[in-house]
Design a protein around this ligand. Structure first.
Ligand SMILES: NC(=O)c1ccc[n+]([C@@H]2O[C@H](COP(=O)([O-])OP(=O)(O)OC[C@H]3O[C@@H](n4cnc5c(N)ncnc54)[C@H](OP(=O)(O)O)[C@@H]3O)[C@@H](O)[C@H]2O)c1
Length: 316
């Protein structure tokens, strides 16, 4: 459905007052073929469904339970739903919206589940290696994120006095992204997370066990993303994994580290959690789903590796 004289697609945004929804709303404001329709997710279900009947798609950036209920109700009317919450990410039959790995949403899909932030970075780094059989399907991952990943609600461990000048592990062994990553990687994934005193951005380091050289893993990732402009595979980790350079972009930056002793190689991924990990990924899915060019309204791809601190030796 298009609407209005400007022939743009009206996109309902539920949760536009939250961190992910704010960013999606801003992207839609600048989109040449879509416009946001802000819908208060705290309205009654009947009101939400009534408003959403007139849109081309609804994006839900709400807490899991509410997202799931409203997703079912809106999708039942035939309106496309992109669910940014984690409610449906491993649900059977629901398209998992990580375009570089799982393709465009099928035209007849009713719901697209937008991947989580850590899973996006981790899966982009791991899945080509796992699919090619280059690494063992049992991987240890350390993820580090800024505070916006937890949303805007107040929490003791997120407040300035606790986190400024500090960092610490959180949700160890019980992070909700463990199941999502394992499911879509089709691998056994051990995943620990730490909270950093920054607002946006996250990095993951996956320690893969392999008989192959880092150069072979690097070549595999390069090939896998040769036609993926929003995935940069660096020549070496020191060439630009810092999150400062990718905040506000849709870019995922990957790198392969050196192997020292044994068969373990670190593989890195970094993204802006609110963009590639949430809002711009939702927009990427919407573009593909509505038959528009993939990059419409998205920040242009970074043609070169983002600038980073100099220094780490390339792998041999
Ligand atoms: N933050 C990230 O990096 C990120 C990344 C990927 C996915 N996500 C997912 O995206 C969703 C939103 O995350 P967020 O970080 O944007 O959260 P947030 O900043 O806490 O915002 C939550 C939004 O949901 C609304 N909301 C809260 N409780 C509600 C209720 N009971 N009924 C209706 N609406 C309610 C809030 O409205 P009020 O302003 O009225 O409270 C706000 O608009 C979550 O499911 C999260 O897991 C977040």
């Amino acid at each position: 459905m298009t609407g209005g004289q400007d022939d743009s697609f009206p996109i309902a945004v539920l949760g536009a007052s939250g961190y992910a929804g704010q960013v999606l709303h801003a992207l839609l404001m600048h989109h040449p073929r879509m416009r946001p329709v802000v819908v208060d997710g705290r309205e009654s279900e009947a009101s939400v469904v009534a408003i959403c009947r007139d849109v081309a798609a609804a994006a839900l950036a709400l807490p899991d339970e509410i997202s799931h209920t409203l997703s079912d109700a809106i999708a039942a009317t035939g309106v496309k739903v992109v669910d940014l919450s984690s409610a449906q990410r491993t649900a059977p039959g629901v398209h998992y919206g990580l375009p570089e790995l799982f393709g465009a949403p099928p035209a007849d899909a009713t719901v697209v589940s937008n991947p989580g932030c850590y899973p996006t970075a981790t899966l982009l780094a791991l899945v080509p290696l796992l699919r090619a059989g280059l690494v063992e399907p049992a991987v240890s991952v350390v993820g580090s994120s800024g505070t916006s990943g937890a949303g805007k609600a107040l929490r003791e461990d997120l407040h300035f006095s606790e986190l400024y000048g500090n960092f610490f592990p959180y949700a160890v062994g019980r992070h909700k992204h463990i199941a999502e990553i394992s499911h879509h990687a089709r691998a056994e994934v051990s995943f620990v997370t730490q909270l950093l005193p920054i607002v946006r951005g996250l990095g993951v380091t996956a320690f893969v066990r392999t008989e192959h050289t880092p150069a072979e893993l690097h070549a595999c990732l390069r090939d896998a993303y040769a036609d993926a402009p929003w995935v940069t595979v660096l020549d070496a980790p020191g060439d630009g994994l810092g999150v400062r350079h990718i905040i506000g972009t849709h870019q995922a930056v990957l790198a392969v580290g050196p192997r020292k002793d044994g068969g373990v190689v670190p593989v890195f991924g970094a993204i802006d959690n609110l963009m590639r990990g949430a809002a711009s990924q939702a927009l990427h899915n919407l573009n593909l789903w509505l038959g528009l060019p993939a990059g419409l309204g998205l920040p242009a791809p970074l043609p070169h590796a983002p600038a980073g601190p100099p220094g780490m030796a390339r792998f041999g």
